[in-house]
Write a protein that binds this ligand. Structure first.
Ligand SMILES: Nc1nc2c(c(=O)[nH]1)N[C@H]1C(S)=C(S)[C@@H](COP(=O)(O)O)O[C@H]1N2
Ligand SMILES: [Mo]
Length: 188
């Protein structure tokens, strides 16, 4: 188990809900879109229909929250970042990503981490459509970093030349957030 559970983490069977602000509820998915912008040759936008028609994959992973809970053996359905990127042409200066969520929430990560084959945009967890609390309709999942990098209610993917802090990163969380290095807060 030691190679599955990072230092300072405790296993949970439940699925805690953690976020800042209020849960968005959607009653008209025709108003939802996912925008890809920034250092790209051309902006790309997916409607909910277009997004759900993309090739889907199953992903299995462990998640590690900075507040010290870890949840093993999650089974997700989602669209791989590699699938999304087949429709996006990056400019060579792109080195970082800002994930934008509903209500202006955001989180930053290096491009190489976003592009890993294990990173995806998920809509189903352990057999159930994501509940509103867990990020319906679509959340990012970047399982090798602390779970706060996994933006719920994802609405935008921005490519940037330089790193910039997102919401929690501006409020003292680590710019990178490697659970194996316990990069919890910016003084770690
Ligand atoms: N949009 C948005 N996504 C977010 C957050 C948030 O506040 N807003 N919180 C993050 C944090 S701190 C954690 S630990 C995980 C929690 O996901 P869960 O509620 O599905 O367990 O979501 C992350 N994604
Ligand atoms: Mo968190």
């Amino acid at each position: 188990m030691k190679d599955r559970v990072p230092p300072g983490q405790t296993l949970t069977e439940g699925f805690p809900v953690l976020h800042y602000g209020s849960v968005p509820y959607y009653n008209d998915m025709s108003k939802w879109d996912l925008k890809v912008f920034g250092l790209v040759e051309e902006d790309v936008s997916f409607s909910y229909k277009e997004f759900m028609a993309l090739p889907k994959q199953e992903f299995k992973n462990d998640i590690h929250c900075v507040t010290t809970w870890s949840k093993l053996d999650n089974v997700w359905e989602g669209v791989g970042v590699t699938t999304i990127m087949q429709r996006v042409k990056l400019k060579p200066e792109a080195q970082y990503v800002m994930l934008h969520a509903e209500h202006g929430w955001s989180t930053n990560l290096p491009l190489a981490d976003f592009l890993r084959e294990t990173s995806f945009l998920g809509f189903r967890h352990n057999g159930q459509l994501l509940s509103p609390e867990h990020g319906y309709p679509v959340r990012a999942v970047v399982p090798h970093l602390y779970f706060w990098k996994s933006a719920k209610w994802l609405r935008g993917i921005e490519f940037m030349a330089k790193d910039k802090p997102g919401f929690w990163e501006r409020n003292g969380y680590h710019m990178y957030g490697d659970p194996w290095e316990e990069q919890r807060y910016d003084f770690d």
